[in-house]
Structure formats: C-alpha cells, structure tokens
Design a binder for this molecule. Structure first.
Ligand SMILES: [Zn+2]
Length: 352
C-alpha cells in the first residue's frame, strides 16, 4: 500500500462517524478526494459523492459506507452515570470494560462502559448475559450536574478509536467495518482518474448503512448509476469454531470476496471475476441467497433498477473493538474494482 494511501486509511479509522453522525469522516474524505476528483458533492443526507470522469458512460457508483456502529446518550442520572443505547448491532458481551469516547459539541469526553464488579453480582446476575440497557458509561463525573455540563442526551459515542498493527499486514481497529470500504471506493476512483476510462465513476461514502442502508438509497437516486458496486466487509471463517459450510470459506489475506446471488447482477459478477482473472488477482467467492445486509440491497432496487455487485473485505470479529482485516486484501479490492471499471465501455450491457 502506498504511504499516502495507508495514512488516509489510518486517518479514516481514527475519525469518529457513528450512523447519523458521519460528518467528521466525510470531511476527511472530501479533503483526500479533492486531489483527484472532478467533482465532490455532499448531499443533504450527508453522503459524499466523489466524481471522476463525470460525463463518461456507463455510470458506475461505488458505495463504501462511512458510518460505523456506536452508541448514544439516552439518560444521565443524578450520580452522573450515563445510560446509553446502541446505534447499529452490538454484542453486549464485548461491551463491558471498553473505553469509549462521547462526542459532544464542545469536544470529546472519555469514559468507560461498566457494570458491577464480578464480586458484587448475585449468582443469578452472573449467569445472565448482560443487555445494553443494564450497562452504563462512567465519565468520572462527581454528580449529575457535572455530567450534564459535559454531555447531553443524544450525543454520539464510539469505542476509543485507534489502529493496532498485527503480524502479516493485519490490523485491528474499531470500525474497519466499513472504513476499509470507503477507502477501497476512493482508491478505485483515484486509480481510474489516473487512467483513460470510458466509464464515469461516482465513489460515495454513504451514511447510515448500519441502521438500514439509508444513505445508499438516497445517493443512488441522485447519482442515477447504471452499475452500482457496494464495498463492505465479510465474516472471515478462518477462526476457531467458524462454520465454512454455513458461511463460506473466507480467509484473511486470500484476496477480496466477490458475492454471488439474487442481490447481484450476473453480468456484473462475471465481469468482476473476468477482471480478476485478467490481472491474476486472487478472489474468494461467497454465495448469499437473498438481499444482502449491505448497501447492495439498496442499490439494486434504486429507481428502475441498477446492475449491482458486491465486493467484500474479509473481517474477523465484526462489530467489536478489534475487527481484523488484512491490508493486502484491502488494496487488492481497490485494484480489482479499478480493473473492472476500466473494462467497461459505453456499449456494456448488463441485461441478464
Ligand atoms: Zn458494514
């Protein structure tokens, strides 16, 4: 990965953007894309649309969702403890003991997610899996007045952000779902900008995917794409106990995942695989039998229908603080998308 690209990826991972509060991430995307884009537009929903070769054909929309799961402040009690709800899907068992940051209008406040110490739990409490509404965030405030002076109901919260470098080009970080998808969409657009493409590319950092693919829906309406490719993460099944028979055989570092199934236009699938073959790039094929829980679900049924594809980065421990991805997979996904886009012409037909 080139240095500037890697720096941009780490910057994305260190910037907060829970669903509905993506604008810090979107600001980073805008400033990075300004160097190569023909147009950069932010819509009223908060999507950032980066255009390259805007007048070309066909029109290809790339969707990497810029939002991440998070929390929000629901209630602050008179002792200063914060009750919170989840934005997006959470596993409550990974929350206890996590360091978090509350993003307030006046800057961020550090806190920790807590429950009673193990010694103070009754036998019944010990046996139960904690639910989010029984946990709290402790920011160390001396009372409710101090807590309410620093944070407000509705403030977004994220895990403490930051990247841990692991062996073999693997990294662990909160929010690799789906900052790697944003990165891939932007990197593919940057590569196409350096080449001589017939297609127009609109790389979109979409909002609110984690709460129902809502940004992709409005962005696709405005972009009016012929082809829409979502870029997201896919459960790696190379960990103890993961069932490849149910979820496919997906390994970190073995290349991007290309999804097949009813959510995917078969011609787009064939062209993506052909582009990978032509460049001798490894890909891992995964089947999904219905609308996928990704922006591809919204893209496919936008307007009168969009020829849709889905490229995914293998990811271990999704929706935790330590989501692991491999940087080679991330880079290869961008190279694959750029090669696919370069193979398209104004005559490309996606009718199945
Ligand atoms: Zn995602």
């Amino acid at each position: 990965m080139r240095e500037a690209g890697k720096a941009f990826l780490y910057e994305l991972l260190e910037t907060p953007g829970p669903s509905g509060y993506e604008q810090p991430v979107q600001a980073r995307v805008r400033s990075y894309a300004a160097a190569f884009a023909d147009s950069v537009v932010t819509d009223v929903h908060g999507n950032v649309v980066v255009g390259v070769n805007d007048g070309g054909a066909p029109r290809v929309m790339l969707a990497g969702h810029g939002d991440q799961i998070g929390f929000m402040v629901q209630h602050i009690d008179d002792d200063g403890f914060i009750s919170f709800s989840g934005i997006g899907g959470h596993d409550a068992t990974v929350l206890i003991g996590q360091r978090v940051r509350v993003w307030t209008q006046g800057g961020s406040v550090q806190g920790v997610i807590a429950r009673k110490a193990i010694h103070l739990l009754s036998a019944e409490e010990r046996a139960k899996v904690s639910e989010i509404h029984t946990l709290w965030i402790d920011i160390g405030a001396k009372d409710g007045d101090e807590a309410r002076a620093r944070t407000q109901v509705g403030d977004p919260v994220t895990f403490e952000l930051g990247v841990t470098d692991l062996l073999d080009d693997n990294i662990a970080s909160p929010g690799t779902d789906n900052r790697v998808g944003v990165w891939v969409a932007m990197e593919a657009a940057r590569r196409v900008a350096e080449a001589d493409a017939q297609a127009a590319v609109f790389a979109v950092s979409t909002v609110q995917e984690e709460i129902g693919t809502r940004g992709a829906q409005t962005a696709a309406y405005a972009v009016r794409p012929d082809v829409g490719i979502a870029v997201d993460v896919n459960h790696a099944t190379d960990v103890p106990g993961a069932d490849a028979k149910r979820y496919g055989d997906v390994k970190l570092g073995s290349g991007p995942v290309v999804v097949r199934g009813p959510n995917i236009n078969p011609r787009v699938f064939d062209l993506v695989v052909a582009a990978a073959d032509a460049e001798a790039m490894p890909v891992q094929i995964v089947a999904h039998p219905g609308p996928t829980p990704t922006d591809a679900r919204a893209l496919q049924v936008a307007r009168e229908g969009v020829a849709t594809g889905l490229i995914k980065i293998p990811n271990r421990y999704m929706h935790s603080t330590v989501e692991v991805v491999n940087l080679r997979d991330v880079e290869q996904a961008a190279a694959l998308l750029a090669a696919f886009i370069m193979s398209l012409t104004a005559e490309s037909d996606f009718t199945p």
